[in-house]
Design a protein around this ligand. Structure first.
Ligand code: F6R
Length: 361
């Protein structure tokens, strides 16, 4: 049942080229984006996204995509905050609820608050028969298959893929993306499962790095732009399965507090593919190195060529168009956490205190 893998989590990490390719097939038609149910994002002025845990992190990435590709403002909330804040939500807003299980109590309650108030209640769910899928106006299927490991991997990657295709669809509807750019993005999307396979080939290298991360008591993750939520994903995965304390910060926030933590005992994982913000992140990384922080730079060959001097370790990722980078960089977040946990001997698939589906608040 684990298909030769030691844990379900490892099996699910390795299924990702296939599950990603399945979701891309489900949301495209030739060189166009074609969601199984269409929604007109030109009919709203804003999107409110709500989720918990890793789903909330996917929504944080979604905000960057919707705002950049479709010029559509997005607000992202943690479901347990959104449901009790009772903030204004009106008919100019599409409210989107994202959940692997479709049964998370806080997310379901948040959906019920928005229903009748928002223009439409949209959902992204992996379990088609779930409460969230049933109560939403639209239920987009995550198409990841059953996920058993408590730490979400393939469902998270497919959540990202869906938010990206919806952002592209919104851009087409709102006139910020023309047919040529749409076709270019779709052809890039179709290459992604192959690039994810290449990232899986870095597993031995991640295992080696993880054996050293396992010595740490605290680890900091940094990123800028859409790599900021990915820093959160790296920290969340690591915490939940290895029990090492980890925190994520936006690179630019470093000097506003967390830099006080930096010393030679602190590994700092920096997610920084070569993109227009690369130099800014590198200068934050140098501030860490000046205080003897141990930087693990996760970048591509261009980034490694430009910024390897003085770093503790570099993990060289395949090169990808920056728009797709969050999907690809989920892989090192997962692999570093997984191998750190294996090294520490924790129960990877059933971490202490956690449940796969949180149906009580
Ligand atoms: C982390 C993880 C959890 C879930 C969260 C929401 O790896 O899996 O943080 O993301 O409990 O669950 P769903 O998506 O089922 O609403």
């Amino acid at each position: 049942e684990k298909a030769g893998h030691r844990h379900f989590m490892a099996k699910e990490i390795h299924e990702q080229p296939q599950t990603l390719s399945d979701v891309i097939a489900a949301f495209t038609d030739g060189d166009r984006i074609a969601p199984p149910t269409d929604f007109d994002f030109a009919s709203v002025a804003r999107v409110q996204m709500v989720a918990c845990g890793t789903g909330y992190i996917a929504c944080m990435v979604g905000k960057y995509w919707f705002e950049a590709l479709a010029r559509l403002p997005v607000e992202v909330d943690i479901a347990s905050e959104y449901r009790y804040r009772e903030g204004p939500v009106g008919k100019d807003t599409a409210a989107l609820f994202l959940s692997q299980s479709g049964e998370t109590a806080d997310t379901l309650a948040a959906l019920r608050y928005a229903k009748g108030r928002a223009h439409a209640v949209l959902s992204v769910v992996n379990v088609a028969e779930s409460s969230i899928a049933r109560e939403a106006d639209v239920a987009w299927p995550i198409t990841a298959g059953v996920e058993i490991g408590v730490a979400s991997t393939k469902a998270f990657v497919n959540q990202l893929a869906i938010l990206l295709v919806l952002a592209i669809r919104a851009g087409v509807q709102r006139g910020t993306i023309d047919t040529a750019r749409e076709a270019e993005l779709v052809s890039g999307l179709k290459l992604l499962p192959g690039i994810v396979s290449q990232a899986l080939a870095l597993e031995d290298r991640c295992e080696d790095l993880a054996s050293r991360l396992a010595e740490a008591t605290d680890i900091l993750f940094l990123g800028r732009g859409p790599m900021y939520p990915m820093a959160h994903e790296g920290a969340l995965k690591l915490k939940e399965i290895s029990y090492i304390h980890a925190e994520a910060y936006a690179s630019g926030e470093l000097k506003h507090g967390p830099i006080a933590l930096v010393d030679r005992s602190l590994p700092v994982v920096v997610f920084a593919p070569m993109d227009p913000l690369f130099d800014k992140t590198v200068s934050n990384m140098q501030e860490v190195m000046a205080r003897e922080g141990q930087v693990l730079l996760v970048t591509d060959a261009d980034g490694a060529a430009q910024a390897s001097a003085g770093v503790w370790e570099v993990l060289v990722m395949p090169k990808v168009d920056p728009v797709f980078a969050p999907i690809l960089y989920a892989l090192p977040a997962q692999l570093l956490a997984y191998h750190t946990a294996v090294h520490k001997g924790t129960d990877v698939d059933q971490p202490r205190n956690l449940a796969k589906s949180v149906t009580v608040e």
